[in-house]
Design a protein around this ligand. Structure first.
Ligand code: SF4
Ligand code: SF4
Length: 193
């Protein structure tokens, strides 16, 4: 697995390839099968990866708290909800949630632990969301996560292997469509609406 310190630079080099892979998946992948593939890779890779050696998601993003997280987190820190908001948070209108005032997240301790322990927000527990449904609709955020999370970076590389993406020749408009419909590519999956 790629090192957490390298992932941002390595993902930058892969940026164009990753966008092309996204387009390929959007046009060719079965959404249910793709969810299963992401889920399997998520389970397999996070079972062997020690996130305490990384914490890029806490260093490169602010913490995001929903309204329902506020009382629980304030209780964990033994302060009032008002003090939690005034000391640590600001409201993000676009996301309709609170975010920490600083990045790295204000709750990331020097030893790499989260100060919120078991009370960490649901968003943090779900990151990088690769075990969630409808991954075909979230490929842009997955590509973004590949520049933060070494596990997501590895998932995309393994998926490219599974789909033989790097070995595929370029498909021209008049070629038979690779989906097997019998139509020309330009009349089928390559149709421009
Ligand atoms: S979820 Fe990804 S970015 Fe976050 S600590 Fe684990 S490997 Fe690192
Ligand atoms: S709340 Fe905890 S888990 Fe979430 S980003 Fe901050 S330090 Fe990381």
């Amino acid at each position: 697995m790629i090192s957490p310190d390298e992932v941002k630079a390595r993902a930058k080099l892969k940026k164009n390839e990753n966008y092309k892979f996204r387009t390929y998946l959007k046009m060719n992948a079965d959404p249910i099968k793709l969810d299963e593939q992401f889920y399997k890779l998520h389970e397999e890779l996070f079972s062997i990866y020690d996130c305490s050696q990384c914490r890029n998601c806490c260093k490169m993003y602010c913490g995001m708290l929903l309204q329902e997280d506020i009382d629980k987190v304030a209780g964990q820190l033994s302060i009032s909800a008002e003090d939690l908001i005034s000391q640590y948070l600001e409201y993000d209108q676009a996301e309709m949630s609170y975010k920490t005032r600083h990045c790295p997240c204000d709750f990331l301790k020097e030893n790499g632990d989260c100060a919120l322990g078991e009370c960490k927000p649901a968003n943090c527990n779900k990151y990088p969301y690769t075990d969630q449904p409808d991954r075909i609709g979230s490929l842009l955020s997955i590509i973004e996560s590949a520049s933060v999370c070494p596990v997501v970076y590895e998932m995309l590389e393994r998926l490219k292997e599974e789909y033989h993406f790097k070995k595929r020749k370029r498909i021209y408009p008049n070629d038979p469509c690779p989906c097997g419909s019998g139509l020309k590519y330009k009349k089928c999956c390559g149709k421009i609406n």
